[in-house]
Design a protein around this ligand. Structure first.
Ligand code: PLP
Length: 400
């Protein structure tokens, strides 16, 4: 067979996809598998967004859109940044991409040279490290252990920055831990960054609206305006509006960076679906009550999942501020054997055994750069979640 690119030798298939695929295989054999592996809201996209996409298609908005996004969506994003984040971006400081994922890829490809380092607080969304490698950069993780609330400490950030540091990635509320940063914590990180003017900052605010119990989200360009000319503020409609399939992400940043990213995107995808962009305008400009209602549902699910997991022998689950994930510690289950005879030495062994014996799909913490943990997504219906947590409890009770 003709050869594949060597650049892919070191690129892993997303762990969520691996677990989800195995879950599908088991389900195909007739078992009722509950998947808590995927970070996708179980809600429908807003009706007014669907309607707007449909009407746009009927109006003939089906041609190639501008590379950087339609003016109408860029204006809606401009309003969103002002309304939610107190950030002023000109239209040439905004671009639209195929999901937040492509925004990040554009940013890395538009800035990184071989040897550049990308600082990634760990645990982290698995794609960051793989995308940095694809862009010829070197991912460098900074541990944010549970006893720091899974948050980045300023002294750890300071120690990790070198002359080669190109980017710091921030993602709070975080995937996979749900940890979020207060304004004071963000300010302390900003103080460190002010000392290192060669570092770009990418803040992935995808879970902005999923914070609970009165926690106030903040974003670094608002917390420290002196950093704004080297911050890329990334967001999208996937998680907030349950619009994962529409593939709309957006960002605000300095115009030179945005121009480089548009250049990248023009070669890779020639812009973003016109129909998706029309739907995203309706989501961003339309009524926002649904966002709050869903956040309340997620809050209730988080409380239930944390309580139920903490009743499972060997599991210790931290209660996070946001997102729709928990990241329980499974250290107490290691060194044991399951009822089905599986020896549990690692979090991967745990996740596989839970999948094979309790038919619940989770993702092992090592995939996110921290062990021994598993990531559980509670973006699924409450009854399935309750059933899944009961099965995990039973599985843990059966360990000896
Ligand atoms: N950033 C984080 C932290 C995510 O968890 C995800 C999706 O799982 C994304 C970005 C990508 O989102 P999008 O659907 O906008 O590409």
């Amino acid at each position: 067979m003709p050869a594949l690119a060597t650049r892919l030798n070191d690129i892993k298939l997303a762990a969520t996809a691996v677990m989800t695929n195995r879950a599908r295989e088991i389900a195909a054999s007739g078992q009722k598998v509950i998947s808590l592996a995927i970070g996708e809201p179980n809600f429908d996209s807003p009706r007014h967004a669907i309607e707007a996409g449909y009407q746009a298609a009927l109006r003939g908005e089906t041609k190639y859109p501008p590379q950087d996004g339609t003016r109408a969506l860029k204006e809606a994003v401009q309003r969103k940044f002002k309304r939610d984040n107190n950030l002023d971006y000109a239209l040439n400081e905004i671009m639209i991409s195929n999901g937040g994922k492509q925004v990040i890829m554009n940013a890395l490809f538009g800035t990184c040279d071989p040897g550049d380092e990308v600082l990634i607080p760990a645990p982290y969304w698995t794609s960051y490290a793989e995308m940095a490698k694809l862009a010829t950069a070197t991912p460098v993780t900074i541990a944010c252990p549970q006893n720091n609330g899974f948050k980045l400490r300023p002294e750890d950030l300071d120690a990790a920055i070198t002359p080669k540091t190109k980017w710091l990635f921030l993602n709070f509320p975080n995937n996979p831990t749900g940890a979020a940063c207060s304004r004071a914590e963000m300010k302390a990180l900003a103080e460190v960054l002010l000392k290192h003017p060669h570092v770009w900052v990418l803040t992935d605010d995808m879970y902005e609206h999923l914070v609970y119990d009165g926690f106030e989200f903040c974003t670094i360009a608002d917390v420290e305006p002196r950093l704004k000319d080297r911050v890329l503020t990334v967001n999208g409609v996937s998680k907030t509006y349950a619009m994962t399939g529409w593939r709309i992400g957006f960002c605000g940043g300095p115009k030179n960076l945005i121009a480089a990213m548009v250049n990248m995107q023009s070669q890779i995808s020639a812009g973003t679906s016109s129909v998706g962009q029309a739907a995203a305008i309706a989501a961003l400009d339309g009524p926002q009550d649904g966002v709050k209602e869903r956040a309340e549902i997620y809050r209730q699910r988080r409380n239930m999942v944390v309580d139920m997991l903490n009743q499972a022998p060997g599991i210790q689950c931290h209660k996070p501020e946001g997102a729709f994930y928990v990241f329980p510690n499974v250290a107490g289950c290691l060194g044991k054997t399951s009822k089905g005879g599986r020896r549990i030495e690692t979090d991967l062994d745990f996740a596989l055994a839970v999948l094979e014996e309790a038919y619940v799909a989770t993702v092992h913490g090592s995939a996110y750069g921290m062990s021994p943990y598993v990531r559980i997504s509670y973006a699924t219906d409450t009854e399935s979640l309750r059933e899944a947590c009961t099965r995990i409890q039973e599985f843990c009770k059966g360990l000896s």
